[in-house]
Ligand binder design. Structure first.
Ligand SMILES: Nc1ncnc2c1ncn2[C@@H]1O[C@H](COP(=O)(O)OP(=O)(O)OP(=O)(O)O)[C@@H](O)[C@H]1O
Length: 725
């Protein structure tokens, strides 16, 4: 292992700590052009393809879906309308890149790319056979003809990011955050109240590091950083902080970069008797939190009911207007309509502001903090979960709304994704959490140290490499293994906590796909074979995740899984897409295998940290040890797995994958090591067959002597002996 000092300095280099402290002026002037670059990159990835190529090419790239029919129109999602769109060409939709929450526009199928859309909406659900879009208004016509759906850049986000920078550029001379801003730029020191009284936790099972963190949060005058390594209960601590602040009569703004993280807080807070309101478009919220949505609460408000009455009155007057010929009477009706429209608007606005004013906690995404409903609202404290996964500019949107802020996150996991390579290079991806860690360090930080996810062996690598060996495993997880799960058999496969499957020398080289992403079919085969072994040992396929840094590898893994029923529910994802998630067993396909020993972005320590720490009971690393060992950090990872886990060669691993479907006779032929072993025992001329039970135990037909010994033991102790034919 490298010394802690070496590791720290390499982490600091990565976070750019050698540069001088950021000033507000430099921050604004650096970020303004980067926001434009990022917006251009996002548009290039979606819209540009529409203008630059044919619409068919756009569909191929996944940014548009052509020739759709509107199969269903439903109202009910808090006043929104849901349009269900299916393909006219077949039952399944073609492959596409649209996901829930994307902003999309609907056009006639053959419309020019510059033509105005029939409507705009938000993707609500994506199924194999249809896509459901939530729109505010149903298009008047055009829904009965073939349609086209196009993904568009989210203009609102970029506008709000820029608005925030413009506010900062003018200097913050008043408002709730006036004392906080100079502290966050290092001009004034951060303060903590000395004599904060202790608190009685709502959650009695908070561990000591969580209690300490909550205490530090409650005593900060300006801000504090809650550093939560993987599985340490960061959100649990955040929820406790929110409850304590509410108990002290404070009004809280709780945010996160993603909708799912905000909903996670809403769900956990819902069990408590506090008034919550979740801002945001209903199509972006989880169904279980919809009743906390602003729209849902406004609908129930008295003023909203009165606004409805006014709308009914307006409808009747509009009908009357159609029938009235007399000019003067028409003028009177119009005047009355204007008056009613004003009243309706005021009552509706009043209903909204009543709900927000009444709430103890307002929950929203970072961008949502700038929604017009919150324009005049300020808070006593702003709490940002997932702060190390958010752009710094985005964090400023809520921060300017309060005098104190608490940032929770882990800067040693993945930072936010920046699409523009240039913007990334110039620092757009550097987070406020990482910057403040560099600026103030331990003085403002409380680190959670007890983790509730991983077997100790999985945790220890991450703890030693990235967290100065400070992590501990809670006793409920420290030694947990796959075979202890209900229905899982105790075999050599399910007993292992760390598994290394080495593809070195197995002719499993990487290659590039059409879009220049790297993939490795040999590794995909090995990873799927290991997943199959786990399922055959009784582990549910839902408990297995195969993750890889490369998008193309995700694609090939899904294709190679094909119709294999037993692997249907294995989740296959990029590492980045799996941050914040966990599975009982994680298989990591590292992909890179080349003679130049290039490791690409595998070298990002944070990415491998996320990958390994998604696993609860088993982590299996599939890689070419010769290629990846060219990089110091990865070399130590490989060494750790070799020292503490089971080592298999990929060729052995693949051959044993056939075990369950093969006769014993076949196995002998595909594995020379096993044949050698068996002939040593039973004589060279013999042919063998095994009964089913033994076949199952012979999972370890591997080349390493230690495993051969294990096999020997298995054979000699098997209740039904191997018989010669
Ligand atoms: N004090 C505790 N006692 C027992 N279990 C706990 C405690 N704190 C957290 N947990 C459990 O640990 C798991 C992770 O908690 P939580 O979701 O709060 O962590 P997190 O740090 O936000 O997660 P992530 O690593 O995904 O960011 C949950 O199952 C939670 O119930």
């Amino acid at each position: 292992m490298a010394s802690v000092k070496e590791k720290r300095s390499s982490q600091k280099e990565k976070r750019g700590s050698t540069s001088p402290p950021m000033t507000l002026e430099r921050f604004v002037s650096t970020m303004l052009p980067l926001i434009d670059l990022e917006k251009e990159a996002e548009i290039a990835a979606s819209l540009d393809s529409i203008t630059a190529t044919t619409t068919q090419a756009t569909e191929k790239r996944g940014s548009a879906l052509l020739n759709l029919k509107c199969a269903d129109v439903q109202t009910g999602l808090l006043g929104k309308t849901l349009l269900e769109l299916q393909s006219n060409k077949g039952e399944l939709l073609p492959p596409h890149k649209m996901t829930s929450h994307d902003v999309v526009i609907l056009k006639p199928n053959k419309a020019e790319s510059s033509s105005s859309p029939l409507g705009q909406g938000i993707v609500y659900r994506v199924k194999d056979t249809s896509i459901i879009v939530a729109v505010d208004d149903v298009p008047d016509d055009g829904l009965n003809s073939p349609l086209r759906l196009e993904k568009v850049a989210n203009e609102v986000t970029y506008r709000r990011l820029k608005d925030t920078l413009i506010v900062l550029s003018k200097g913050v001379h008043k408002g709730p955050a006036v004392d906080l801003v100079p502290v966050l730029f290092g001009t004034n020191p951060p303060l903590f109240a000395k004599n904060t009284s202790t608190f009685t936790p709502f959650n009695a099972s908070l561990d000591p590091s969580q209690r300490k963190a909550v205490h530090k949060a409650l005593s900060c005058t300006h801000f504090m950083l809650l550093h939560g390594p993987p599985g340490t209960g960061k959100t649990t601590a955040v929820v406790e902080i929110i409850l304590q602040e509410v108990k002290r009569g404070k009004k809280v703004l709780a945010c996160a970069a993603s909708n799912i993280a905000v909903d996670n807080m809403v769900e956990r807070l819902s069990a408590h008797k506090i008034k919550l309101v979740r801002m945001g478009h209903p199509a972006r919220l989880l169904p279980q939190v919809l009743e906390k949505a602003l729209d849902a609460q406004v609908m129930k408000a008295d003023n909203s009911a009165l606004a409805n009455d006014v709308r009914k009155e307006m409808k009747a007057l509009n009908l009357k207007l159609l029938k009235t010929k007399d000019r003067r009477s028409r003028g009177d009706i119009r005047k009355e309509l204007r008056h009613l429209a004003k009243e309706e608007r005021q009552r509706q606005q009043q209903a909204v502001s009543d709900v927000i004013k009444d709430a103890n906690v307002v929950l929203t995404t970072l961008t949502g903090a700038l929604s017009y409903q919150l324009q005049e609202v300020t808070f006593d404290v702003v709490i940002i979960d997932e702060a190390a996964q958010a752009l710094e500019v985005a964090c400023w949107m809520p921060i300017l709304k309060g005098p104190r802020c608490i940032l929770a996150g882990d800067h040693l996991q993945l930072a936010p994704t920046v699409q523009s390579v240039e913007a990334e290079k110039r620092g757009l991806g550097k987070t406020l959490f990482a910057r403040l860690t560099d600026l103030y360090g331990d003085a403002v930080t409380a680190m959670l140290t007890l983790q509730y996810r991983m077997n100790r062996l999985i945790m220890d690598w991450s703890s030693q490499e990235l967290y100065d060996s400070k992590l501990e495993a809670h006793e409920t997880v420290a030694n947990h293994c796959l075979y202890q799960l209900d229905g899982v058999k105790q075999t050599s496969v399910t007993e292992s906590v760390l598994v290394m499957i080495d593809t070195a020398g197995c002719d499993m080289e990487e290659r590039k796909d059409e879009e220049d992403s790297t993939l490795n079919e040999g590794e995909a085969k090995v990873a799927l074979a290991h997943a199959k072994r786990l399922v055959e040992s009784g582990l549910s396929s839902r408990d297995i995740g195969i993750i890889t840094p490369y998008a193309a590898q995700v694609g090939i893994l899904k294709i190679m899984r094909g119709e294999e029923k037993v692997l249907k529910d294995v989740e296959i994802s990029t590492v980045d897409g799996f941050q914040g998630r966990e599975k009982e067993a994680i298989i990591i396909s590292m992909v890179r295998s080349n003679t130049k020993q290039e490791v690409g972005f595998l070298s990002d320590e944070r990415r491998m940290n996320v990958a390994v720490t998604r696993a609860r009971r088993q982590c299996c690393l599939v890689c070419d040890t010769e290629t990846v060992s060219s990089h110091g950090f990865l070399k130590r990872l490989v060494k750790y797995f070799e020292e503490h886990g089971d080592y298999l060669s990929a060729s052995d691993s693949i051959s044993t994958a056939h075990l369950h479907s093969c006769t014993h006779h076949t196995i002998i032929h595909i594995n020379p090591a096993a044949l050698d072993l068996l002939t040593r025992i039973f004589g060279r001329e013999e042919k063998f067959k095994a009964l089913e039970t033994i076949t199952r135990d012979l999972k370890c037909l591997f080349s390493r002597p230690v495993i051969q010994e294990q096999m020997l033991r298995l054979i000699s102790t098997a209740s039904t002996p191997i018989m010669s034919t």
